[in-house]
Design a protein around this ligand. Structure first.
Ligand code: NDP
Length: 258
C-alpha cells in the first residue's frame, strides 16, 4: 500500500543534526535530506558546516541550511536555535549526535576531562532538547533522537567517563519521553556499535583492536555509517509515531551476544 511507504517520507520536516559537519552526524544529515527533510548541518565551525550543507544540497536536491554553536553553552544553544527558528522553523526532528571521546586509565583521568565529557555528550542533549521542546510543544509534535552507544550498556577499560555519559543518555531519553509524550513528541535513542570515524581513529589504527571488534561483533565487521540511516529515518518518521522512550542498538548484534 502506498501509505505504508509514505510513512517514511520526511518532506516538509525540518531536521537539526548536531555535530553533522563530519563523522556519523554528516551521514545522518545526508540520510534525512535524502528522505526529504530540510536539514540543518551543525558544527562549531560555520565555514565547515556551510560547506557540508552545500554538498548535501547538491547531492539530494533538497534545501540544506547550516548552523554553528557550542552545544555545551546554554546561551549559545538558545541563540543558535532562535536563529534556526527565524530562518526556517523549530526543528520537527532533533538529532543529538555531537559527542567526543577521551581515553585514560581511571586513576589518571582528570576531573576536568570528566566534566568536558559530561558537558559534551550528555548536558548538550539536555540543553538542546529542552530548548527545542518549547517550539515542539507549541506545535504539538516532534521527534528527538539521541545518539547513545554500546557503552550505554557495556563498559570497557579506559573510558569510564564516556560510558557514564552514554548510560546517562538512556535515562535522559526515557525522561524526555515521560515529559514530552503527552505533547505528541517522541524521544528515542540510537546506540551504535563500533563505526570508523575520527572519534574511533585510534581504535581503527590499532590492528589488534580492529580484529577484536570484528570478532566480538556477531555480524563479523565494523559498522558502516550508512547502517545508521534507516533506523534514524524510521524513528524520525510517522512510522514510529508510537515508539517512545526506546533505545535501538545498531551494533551488528554486539550487545545481544556474549
Ligand atoms: P566525530 O568525532 O567524528 O564527530 C563529532 C561531532 O561532534 C563533530 O561534528 C563535532 O563538531 C561535534 N562536537 C563535538 N563537541 C562539540 C561541541 N562542544 N559543540 C558543537 N559540536 C560539537 O564523532 P562520531 O561521528 O564518531 O560520533 C558521533 C556520535 O556518535 C557521538 O555522540 C559518539 O559518541 C557516537 N558514537 C560513535 C561511535 C563510533 O564508533 N564512531 C560509536 C557509538 C557512538 P566539530 O566539527 O565542530 O568538531
Amino acid at each position: 500500500m502506498a501509505s505504508d511507504t509514505v510513512m517514511f517520507d520526511l518532506s516538509g520536516r525540518t531536521a537539526l543534526v548536531t555535530g553533522s559537519a563530519r563523522g556519523i552526524g554528516r551521514r545522518l544529515a545526508e540520510g534525512l535530506s535524502a528522505a526529504g527533510a530540510t536539514v540543518v548541518v551543525h558544527g562549531r565551525s560555520a565555514a565547515a558546516a556551510a560547506e557540508v550543507a552545500d554538498r548535501i544540497a547538491a547531492a539530494t536536491g533538497n534545501p540544506v541550511r547550516s548552523a554553528a554553536f557550542d552545544v555545551t553553552d546554554e546561551a549559545a544553544v538558545d541563540a543558535g536555535i532562535s536563529r534556526i527558528e527565524e530562518a526556517v522553523s523549530t526543528p520537527d526532528i532533533l538529532v543529538n549526535n555531537a559527542g567526543m571521546q577521551l581515553r585514560a586509565p581511571l586513576t589518571e583521568f582528570t576531573a576536568a576531562d570528566w566534566n568536558t565529557l559530561v558537558a559534551t555528550n550528555l548536558t548538550s542533549a539536555f540543553l538542546l532538547s529542552k530548548r527545542v521542546a518549547r517550539g515542539m510543544i507549541a506545535r504539538g509534535s516532534g521527534r528527538i533522537v539521541n545518539i547513545g552507544s554500546v557503552q550505554s550498556q557495556l563498559a570497557r577499560p579506559g573510558i569510564a567517563p564516556y560510558s557514564a555519559t552514554k548510560g546517562g543518555i538512556v535515562m535522559l531519553t526515557k525522561g524526555l519521553c515521560a515529559d514530552l509524550a503527552p505533547h505528541g513528541i517522541t524521544a528515542n535513542a540510537i546506540a551504535p556499535g563500533y563505526f570508523a570515524t575520527e572519534l574511533t581513529k585510534a581504535l581503527v589504527d590499532d590492528e589488534a583492536f580492529s580484529r577484536w571488534v570484528a570478532g566480538r561483533t556477531p555480524a563479523g565487521r565494523w559498522g558502516d555509517v550508512a547502517d545508521l540511516v534507516g533506523p534514524l529515518v524510521f524513528l524520525a518518521s510517522d512510522a514510529a509515531a508510537f515508539v517512545n522512550g526506546q533505545i535501538l542498538y545498531v551494533d551488528g548484534g554486539m550487545t545481544a551476544v556474549v
